[in-house]
Design a binder for this molecule. Structure first.
Ligand code: UTP
Length: 286
């Protein structure tokens, strides 16, 4: 099938899902009683960076797919009256300006993924929060900094052109492909590929390319129907890549090589790199 670029933009995307139900086992014991998404890079938790990126892209209806032990995320996106009262009029008040502004510019909804059956299942659990419209998905443990615009804002622009699901990709060394969903695609431009194959965590030597999917997506709502019929795949989890491959085969999915940097803050190494990067930026030496 040939995909035409849209001459008329799709309705603007307003909703963004944050699947945050995972256990974060790579960060134990820190994540025993605290959500991984609340780990701070400098003074800001990962999830706040993610919500700021969504808001910059115009996605202000934020939905969280949470799990047990994740209540700190709800508290973070709410007012803390005692604290506000304590620091009112002091020099510390400005430290809350960013999060206050964010709370004022978004709505937040929550649902729980009762059994952790994988990212695909987490996204399906968010269906009641999304309804029948296109939506973004941010995995907050992938911390992304776009060059001029945030990564999700860049992707929203691609969605307006093509009107189909979009995945963000980056080139990774061959030795790393086994950690990701990896695509094969037909180049439409230097940065856009029409996906024709996708493999979740390929075994060494079996990756179809070195183009790895990272934690930013835009989905058309038919993904929910597809996920409902998707059987557990790799690691006995419902894999979003399996559902995306169905969309790619029966319609179209675009992969977008974003302009910017991404840090895998789900791993200790990536988290330390992100912290160093942000510290250098803040100190003006990055
Ligand atoms: P990860 O596999 O990176 O997160 O899932 P994890 O399972 O929490 O981390 P480790 O491997 O044990 O250290 C990617 C994203 O998908 C969410 C996670 O919260 C994370 O944001 N997720 C994953 C869910 O919400 N539900 C799931 O069943 C699985």
């Amino acid at each position: 099938m040939f995909v035409h670029e849209r001459c008329r933009p799709e309705p603007v995307i307003k909703k963004c899902l944050f699947p945050v139900a995972g256990y974060g086992t790579r960060f134990l014991p820190a994540t025993k009683a605290m959500p991984k998404e609340m780990l701070p890079v400098l003074t800001k938790p990962l999830v706040q960076y993610g919500v700021e990126e969504a808001v910059e892209a115009g996605l202000t209806e934020i939905g969280f797919v949470t799990g047990r032990g994740k209540r700190a995320i709800e508290d973070h996106f709410d007012l803390s009256y005692e604290l506000e009262h304590q620091i009112r009029g002091t020099g510390k008040e400005k430290l809350l300006t960013g999060i206050r502004d964010l709370i004022g510019s978004c709505t937040f909804s929550y649902t729980r993924q009762v059994n952790m059956r994988g990212l695909g299942h987490a996204i399906l659990s968010g269906r009641t929060l999304v309804g029948d419209e296109p939506f973004g998905v941010v995995l907050a443990d992938d911390l992304c900094f776009g060059n001029e615009r945030g990564v999700l804002a860049q992707m929203a622009g691609i969605f307006e052109r093509f009107g189909c699901s979009i995945v963000a990709i980056q080139e990774v060394p061959e030795s790393e492909t086994h950690k990701y969903g990896v695509i094969a695609g037909q180049g439409i431009s230097d940065t856009i590929f029409r996906v024709n194959d996708m493999v979740e965590k390929p075994a060494p030597g079996e990756a179809p390319s070195n183009l790895a999917i990272i934690g930013r997506y835009i989905f058309t709502p038919d993904i929910f129907e597809i996920l409902e019929g998707t059987a557990p795949g790799k690691n006995d989890e419902i894999q979003i890549t399996d559902a995306l491959l169905q969309q790619a085969r029966h319609g179209a999915v675009m992969a977008y090589k974003f302009a910017g940097r991404r840090f895998d803050c789900g791993s200790v190494e990536g988290f330390v790199e992100a912290t160093n990067h942000c510290f250098r930026q803040q100190a003006g030496t990055g």
